[in-house]
Design a protein around this ligand. Sequence first.
Ligand code: S3P
Length: 431
Amino acid sequence: MDWIIHPLPVLRGTLGVPGDKSISHRLALISALARGRSLLHGFLDSEDCLHALDAVAALGAGVRRHGTTVEVEGTAGALRSPADDLDMGNSGTLTRLLAGLVAGFPVTVRLFGDASLQSRPMRRILDPLRRMGADIVAEGEGERAPLRIRGGTLDGIAYDSPVASAQVKSALLLAGLRARGTTRIREPAPSRDHTERLLHTLGLPVVRAGLQTTLQGSGGLAPELPAREWHIPGDPSSAAFWVVAAAAMPGAELTVRNVGLNPTRTAYLDVLREMGAAITVSSLREAAWEPQGDVTVHGSNLRGVEIGGARIANLIDELPILAVAAAAAEGVTHIRDAAELRVKESDRIETVARMLRAAGVEVETFPDGMVIRGGATIRGGGVIESAGDHRIAMAGAMLALRATSPVTVRGTACVATSYPGFAAALRSLRG
Ligand code: S3P
């Protein structure tokens, strides 16, 4: 599927975005372990998250979906081996978190996914999970998926992760739930903390101190997790497409309602403010289990900025759309310390650079980032290839709004993995 995107001089309006993908994934898994019925409101009904629901149903949970509200009847920690292999689709988050979870339970599971998923690195979870005693065979070349897991009771470990990755940290915390002893993870920089917040809200013994997170396991007994009702905030990574598009258009005025404002996810707003964007947050509900509020943007002329260091983990998924902000800004933007971009749904250093070049933007790539020369005219008439990567397709569409004439974005079916209503939202903002 292709989109032909016509230029839009100014973006105005108010919209909501679908539920947070990271939180939806985690709630599917954790509700499946709980005792009783959990109600998940605002669940993201995208392909990745529907794979998560199918997976927990195959592991014994009762799942009923009414649009974006999902009822999960938990197994009270008694997962069963699925009859068939589990399809992870495009989702690295689901694969890594579920691998950690099932490794700690007496079940046998095989996880597979699409070509992109099966090209993604899995050693980052396999090494520490095997140190905990997990029996996992990676069938793909270079220890990639499909993964065959024979779960059982694990032993807690102390692990210094070489990457700041919420997926690694969460895989180990979920593996540690039923383990003997304590699981301790130290990260080189803070990564998103949704798993810790969820477990803490449910009363589990998870303790955070600086870059270290510790969880006491239940020693081979079924971990006790109560069921409850959850309201999932809008995904800041989806909101970022609209926020950037409006921020870089003088005269634009846009509000995104009920967006997640977890401090481990909001560095994209800080970067945009450094670029000169006028952004305000209102109706902030800070005390909620996940902070959330409304984000309003007034468009202006942006300037180039340096993006690197410890905050990269906090905005890694927003770098494709921040590259669009950089293309619109006056001056040079340097993205560094972002080698992780190379192992996302596509090699996002190359796919972002190709997206920008297709619109005439000058960009130089490096092993861990890129330099973008902003301020040039965004050339219309070209073709942006998504490379099967949802965030490249959506960032490409936002870049095309600024072009001199229509631009084709090719291969947009992948957008359904994270934001199925994106094209409809763009149409409704156009009026
Ligand atoms: C995610 C964590 C990030 C992010 C991904 C979702 C999560 O990956 O890029 O889209 O839900 O834990 P890493 O933690 O591997 O950086």
